[in-house]
Design a protein around this ligand. Structure first.
Ligand code: ADP
Length: 215
């Protein structure tokens, strides 16, 4: 969290740095203020990670800089808080239908599922454009002949770190990942698509960080 500390909060930080561990009461005394007046400032400084509070001992300075705290917070963001709704098509759908779905749903990537709703493939804008460049009949061409298929699909799970996903998107040069839950069925591991995480999700997280929405 990028946090702009006010004068009083900065003063509190200095006092704790110098005299900590120190109780709220003692800090208040040094500033000639009441404990109640200081409570919101102490709460902010503790929540932001600059101070640590221990019962019956008082406040400590954590020694962490704003940049360190920001890095820690980014490193804790998970996929589940930023994933969006996945848009899927059946593997027997035609390329033409997939193009219509992509336009209507306003997404850049479609996930392809089989009859039991498990992930079998992925279709990007360029996959569909490439298929449209030929002279083939798009209405009779099933998506499963042009999609990127398992086991070549990179997926993630809701509990994965957003930062790891961002790294994968950069390394693999792709726009997004399907968010999946793994399910054991008949001794086989199948993937159920539960979400979509894209460059837009990462952009949202970036803006949330700048707006102090990450605590
Ligand atoms: P575009 O091709 O429209 O620029 P991408 O960069 O996301 O979009 O996709 C590039 C290629 O990688 C496409 O062929 C697509 O099928 C494939 N692809 C996209 N996402 C994934 C993924 N999560 N795992 C594996 N392959 C993917």
């Amino acid at each position: 969290m990028i946090i702009e500390l006010n004068k009083r909060q900065q003063r509190i930080l200095e006092i704790v740095k110098d005299k900590g561990p120190i109780t709220g009461e003692q800090i208040a005394e040094k500033l000639s203020l009441t404990r109640a007046t200081l409570r919101p400032d102490l709460a902010i400084l503790t929540m932001a990670g600059f101070l640590d509070a221990r019962p019956r001992v008082g406040y400590f300075y954590t020694g962490k800089t704003g940049a360190q705290l920001l890095t820690e917070k980014i490193g804790k963001l998970t996929v589940k808080n930023y994933q969006s709704i996945p848009v899927v098509v059946n593997e027997s759908a035609s390329v033409y239908d997939a193009i219509c779905t992509m336009f209507l749903e306003d997404v850049g990537t479609l996930f392809v599922v089989n009859r039991t709703s498990h992930l079998v493939g992925i279709l990007s804008r360029k996959d569909l454009l490439r298929a449209s460049m030929g002279k083939q009949d798009l209405e009779s061409m099933p998506v499963n002949i042009i999609m990127t298929r398992m086991p070549n699909i990179t997926t993630c799970e809701p509990t994965d770190l957003l930062l790891d996903v961002a790294q994968i998107l950069i390394t693999k040069q792709i726009d997004g990942l399907p968010v999946v839950n793994f399910k054991e069925t008949d001794g086989e591991t199948k993937m159920e698509v539960v979400g979509r995480v894209t460059k837009t999700s990462i952009t949202k997280a970036f803006v949330d960080i700048a707006n102090n929405k990450i605590v």
